[in-house]
Design a protein around this ligand. Structure first.
Ligand SMILES: [Zn+2]
Length: 67
């Protein structure tokens, strides 16, 4: 079963193995959230796409403004 079809497979530079999505905990502006981040299962190196982080942070900022 394939999920996230538009996610191209990412390879760890160090280990040369495919990254797997791992729930990752973020803390931003005293706001916490979990996001699936491609992570190397071996060395735990995370690949965080800037667009993803910016998107989530913009959401958090918007939430805070609404309060
Ligand atoms: Zn690795």
């Amino acid at each position: 079963m394939e999920k996230e079809k538009n996610n191209e497979e990412l390879i760890c530079f160090r280990c040369q193995i495919p990254l797997v999505l791992e729930k990752t905990f973020f803390n931003y502006l005293d706001h916490t959230f979990f996001t699936d981040i491609p992570t190397c299962p071996k060395c735990k190196q995370k690949y965080i796409p800037e667009s993803l982080v910016k998107g989530r942070m913009a959401e958090v900022e918007k939430e805070l403004e609404d309060k």
